[in-house]
Ligand binder design. Structure first.
Ligand code: NAP
Length: 280
């Protein structure tokens, strides 16, 4: 579709941003919906973030997705923010109207979207979240909204997990990093919300023999799709979910917010994204 002078412009910003799959994903939806629109990657260094985002808002950009390291800065810069983004302390979606910027966090919805096929009974789930950064905060917030009450938090830097518990989940138990294998046997949902497993980094290792059969495992990482964490879970016969559907799930409300259109349902969307990841 030709881009006209009336095209709606949105994008994604990070530092770096070249690895982002969001332009491919949004481009597929824009093409399928036949929109007069563009979705552009904006590499913005932290020191330029406020100036660059304000400039884009002034220039008629309708919104931005925000990735590392800007999610806290995005919340701070916004004129208004959804309660969920404030509670999490980070925003991955900025929408811009008449130069005013509104912040939201769609990682929360994205995570629950990814877990939908596993049909988890959240009221009875016994969850272990490993990690205490921005993603972990969104995941914990999501888990609390769907009724999880048995939550254990583990992070290499334990005071960071203590802070997460204090801010969002005062009832959560805290697990020292070295003791994470000791709590596996009674956990029914185990989540990697660390950056371990990202391409070029070490994997998050767990003693899979101690995980109960029937447990569900989620990895927030999607580059690569087959992390050592998920491979270990699958070898144990567990339901293993990668981070790609969370990416799709967080992008859905973003697309609607930017372009005012329902998300086109593409039967092979995931397959197309997987093929792109395999080639990159
Ligand atoms: P972040 O705020 O930088 O937090 C990083 C987390 O990883 C912290 O808990 C950190 O522990 C831990 N960590 C890093 N290196 C470690 C190591 N060597 N050993 C043990 N723990 C280590 O990052 P984030 O925004 O939370 O992102 C976390 C992951 O979620 C990333 O892989 C990101 O790609 C993914 N993510 C995926 C989606 C999606 O749509 N699928 C969306 C958002 C994020 P310390 O506190 O001890 O440093």
């Amino acid at each position: 579709m030709t881009t006209t002078g009336a095209a709606r412009l949105a994008g994604v910003t990070g530092d770096p941003v070249s690895h982002s799959l969001s332009p491919i994903l949004m481009g597929l939806w824009i093409d399928a919906a036949g929109l007069d629109a563009q979705y552009v990657p904006f590499p913005i260094a932290p020191e330029n973030f406020d100036r660059a985002v304000s400039g884009l808002a002034s220039a008629g950009c309708v919104g931005l997705n925000v990735t590392l390291p800007h999610k806290e800065a995005a919340l701070d810069l916004a004129d208004s923010a959804a309660a969920a983004a404030r509670a999490v302390g980070a925003a991955n979606l900025l929408t811009m109207t008449d130069g005013k910027i509104h912040a939201d966090n769609t990682d929360i919805a994205g995570f629950l979207y990814a877990l939908e096929p596993a049909n988890i009974n959240y009221n009875k789930a016994r969850v272990l979240v490993i990690g205490a950064g921005g993603a972990a905060r969104a995941l914990v917030y999501a888990l609390l909204t769907v009724g999880v009450s048995d939550l254990a938090l583990c992070n290499r830097n334990l005071p960071r997990a203590e802070g997460l518990a204090r801010d969002l989940a005062p009832g959560a138990s805290l697990v020292p990093w070295e003791a994470r294998d000791d709590v596996l046997s009674d956990r029914t949902l185990i989540i990697n919300a660390t950056s371990l497993g990202l391409r070029g980094r070490n994997d998050l290792s767990l003693d899979w023999d101690r995980v109960s059969p029937g447990s569900v495992v989620f990895d927030s990482v999607y580059t690569p799709l087959n992390t050592g964490f998920l491979t270990g879970a699958a070898a144990r016969g567990l339901t293993a979910i990668d981070g790609l559907d969370m990416l799709i799930g967080q992008a859905r409300p973003s697309f609607q917010a930017f372009y005012g259109q329902p998300v086109p349902e593409l039967p092979d969307l995931r397959g197309q994204l997987v093929r792109h990841l395999e080639q990159s």
